[in-house]
Write a protein that binds this ligand. Structure first.
Ligand code: BG6
Length: 469
């Protein structure tokens, strides 16, 4: 089987992780510009001041993407370049930069796939309540509309938000992302609702503008499976899927929150404030949402916690995505299993979980259009005789593309695959040590770019549309 010609082969990045130029050309400060400089918050104090200097080297980077045969480049816009203080004056230099980036992609026939929010929030808005504040919601909608107006003639794919579960849970429960709040479920669930209300309004505006493109959102996709076939494990998996998948996917695709979760939040007095009007807008937008972006790295294996509720400890090690944590409500814990394969960062490698999970989604939501907006292997790549030999990455992507073929044959409507990441970039909490890219960046040698083995391999995959996988 070959991937069809309307299936996009791409790769992705995010503004804070690649651009650098944190205080250039009128860009405002973001929450991450501040947070990353608080001692102890990031791995070895790394920050995005320079990142991999994509802001200055985007032409060189896009030329490399073209050489790789990339059909689409997913990147995010830094909100604070467009609105330095979140909702005031527009910064023309910010618009100019993204116009240049988009035009450079189009010069090579690379489809620009834009994420509006990949976690770097203008600092003024963070200080005024961040995602708990109505001001941020209003500001996001204005920012989104500004981007549609400025770029929508050439950009036909917009993702509103990247991974709501991650920036809300790490921001309001684990304290590992800005605003660094710990163990506040009321705020956590409120932030999620506010993000979905902002998403819904952006969808409605986009449709009103009749730009004849597509709009959607990207969610983490980490389907939960019980550690065995017992009734208890099934319960744990149901609970985990309700809180990590249904709570996030239902409002977008069905226009309503899952009762199983909402009832429990009410009982525990941690239910978000929601007006009838907000819920109606979320409902209306769900009928117009064009696609769902999935960021799949690993499934989760879960078991029920018996006895006393364990408290989630607030440690950075608990936020790495590796199994071994109790859920916030102490109902289940994630488990590392002896018969599974793991990366160096203890993320499970499971193409089978990918196929099963995609089929689970099909059962619940039907044939919604899906783009895999992230998937890839974080590794420390070996350098042998000056070659970056990232063979494990090739295997990882190969297995996951094979899994996608299977899912498509099962009737799942997948229309594109974006590897994370196009180039080695700054990991929010792991610095530059954890690499994901097809292109290596030599930080000791003026950020020189170098093609890895996977670069050549991905090029051949795209060339023959995955026939030889
Ligand atoms: C996703 C994010 O959660 O995972 C990316 O959208 C991130 O921005 C990627 O870099 C990998 O995470 P990590 O922690 O391995 O760098």
């Amino acid at each position: 089987m070959k991937f069809s010609h309307d299936f996009l082969f791409g790769a992705a990045s995010a503004s804070y992780q690649v651009e650098g130029a944190w205080n250039e050309d009128g860009k405002g400060m973001t929450n991450w510009d501040e947070f990353s400089k608080i001692p102890g918050k990031t791995f070895e104090g790394t920050n995005g001041d320079v990142a991999v200097d994509h802001y200055h080297r985007y032409k060189e980077d896009i030329a490399l993407m073209a050489e790789m045969g990339l059909e689409s480049y997913r990147f995010s816009i830094s909100w604070a370049r467009i609105f330095p203080d979140g909702d005031g004056e527009i910064n023309p230099k910010g618009i100019e930069f993204y116009n240049n980036l988009i035009n450079e992609c189009l010069k090579y026939g690379i489809v620009p796939f834009i994420t509006l929010y990949h976690w770097d929030l203008p600092l003024t808005l963070e200080k005024d309540g961040g995602w708990l504040s109505q001001r941020t919601i209003r500001a996001f909608v204005r920012y989104a509309e500004t981007c549609f107006t400025a770029f929508g003639d050439r950009v036909k794919h917009f993702i509103t938000f990247n991974e709501t579960i991650v920036f809300c849970s790490l921001g309001y429960m684990a304290g590992a992302h800005p605003p660094g709040i710990t163990n506040d479920p009321k705020k956590y669930f409120q932030a999620i609702h506010n993000v979905f209300y902002a998403h819904a309004q952006a969808v409605l505006i986009y449709k009103e503008m009749s730009q004849y493109g597509e709009i959607g959102i990207s969610h983490v996709f980490s389907p939960a499976f019980g550690v065995d076939d017992s009734e208890e494990s099934h319960k744990a998996a149901y609970h985990a899927n309700a809180y990590a998948t249904h709570l996030y996917f239902d409002p977008i695709l069905k226009g309503e929150y899952p009762a199983y979760v909402m009832d429990a939040l009410k009982d525990n007095e941690i239910h978000p404030e929601q007006t009838e009007e907000e819920l109606a807008i979320i409902k209306q937008a769900s009928t117009m949402n064009d696609f769902m972006g999935l960021n799949y790295y690993q499934p989760s294996r879960v078991e029920l916690i018996k006895g006393d509720v364990e408290k989630r400890e607030n440690k950075r090690e608990n936020c790495t995505g590796a199994p071994g944590n109790p859920s916030f409500d102490g109902v289940f814990r994630t488990v590392k299993m002896n018969d599974k394969r793991y990366t160096k960062w203890d993320w499970e490698i499971s193409p089978e979980g990918f196929v099963d999970g995609l089929n689970m989604l099909k059962e619940r939501y039907g044939q919604v259009k899906i783009y895999i907006t992230e998937n890839g292997l974080g590794d420390e790549d070996p350098i042998i005789e000056d070659e970056i030999c990232d063979v494990p990455r090739i295997h990882y992507i190969q297995e996951h593309l094979q899994a996608l073929k299977q899912a498509i044959q099962d009737g799942v409507n997948v229309k594109g695959y974006f590897a994370w990441s196009v180039i080695d970039l700054l990991s929010w909490l792991n610095g530059y040590k954890k690499q994901y890219g097809f292109i290596y960046v030599d930080h000791k040698n003026n950020y020189q770019r170098k093609k890895k083995l996977s670069f050549h391999w991905y090029r051949s995959v795209i060339e023959n549309r995955g026939e030889d996988l």
